[in-house]
Ligand binder design. Structure first.
Ligand SMILES: Nc1ncnc2c1ncn2[C@@H]1O[C@H](COP(=O)(O)OP(=O)(O)OP(=O)(O)O)[C@@H](O)[C@H]1O
Ligand SMILES: [Mg+2]
Length: 217
């Protein structure tokens, strides 16, 4: 089982413009969705977890070991990543092929950057089930994602990034109930949550299944 501990992580690409401004986070066991608007620093953050970028200050510990003492090749044996824009094939196929190639390497930590882009409902379901299966096998699964319905359906935990900071983290029920934080991070609630709110429901529902079950009593 992989465990990542991020301690006061700062990162800048260029002097004077800080992209990550002191991230503290423990990633351990739960499947985690990283959400936040464009430019919030999400891809930068996961590239640091892969050792492709190195912190300006602060530490990232993988199973207690500082990543700075490991080479990119050593990190790659443990932490796999499916990138936002793999090339060569059509976009939906590209994603599935790159997911398959990373999963085949059997790393303890698997990071996805926007896995559902260009996927239809069947593709999303397939990828969501891969996330669940990996998590149930004891892998640490991390995903950057803009699709809030996908978060509600498949993840244990959501971490809200905004302007290089973590604004809130917790299970999706807690995160999607916090209208103030979502507004600050320019995020929306899942579609079912919005619909139930519009229908006058006071309770928060994240998924169609949860709402249907409630209505059936
Ligand atoms: N190689 C780079 N050199 C300089 N600045 C960069 C570089 N890559 C990203 N940035 C800047 O860092 C900030 C964070 O970018 P990042 O790609 O981490 O955001 P993101 O949250 O992944 O956004 P998106 O949702 O659009 O993928 C942005 O302002 C971006 O312009
Ligand atoms: Mg990105």
């Amino acid at each position: 089982m992989g465990r990542l501990e991020i301690q006061d992580l700062h990162f800048s690409y260029t002097a004077g413009e800080e992209i990550l401004k002191g991230i503290n986070l423990v990633l351990d066991g739960e499947s985690t969705a990283i959400i936040g608007q464009n430019g919030a620093g999400k891809t930068t953050f996961v590239k640091l977890l892969k050792g492709l970028l190195r912190p300006t200050s602060g530490r990232i510990l993988y199973n207690g070991k500082d990543l700075k003492d490991l080479t990119v090749a050593q990190i790659a044996q443990n932490i796999g990543m499916v990138f936002q824009n793999p090339y060569d094939l059509g976009l939906s196929d590209r994603k599935l092929v790159s997911i398959a190639s990373i999963v085949a390497m059997n790393p303890d930590v698997i990071i996805f950057d926007e896995p559902t882009i260009a996927q239809d409902y069947a593709g999303k379901t397939r990828i969501g089930n891969i996330v669940k299966k990996l998590r149930n096998e004891g892998k640490l699964v991390l995903t950057i994602i803009h699709d809030m319905d996908f978060v509600a359906d498949y993840f244990d935990r959501a971490v809200v990034f905004a302007k290089g900071n973590v604004l809130l983290e917790g299970n999706p029920e807690i995160v999607f109930a916090d209208a103030d934080v979502l507004e600050k991070a320019y995020l929306e609630q899942p579609n079912v949550t919005k619909l139930c709110h519009a229908l006058g429901q006071e309770k928060i529902f994240l998924t169609t299944d949860a709402y249907v079950e409630y209505m059936r009593g």
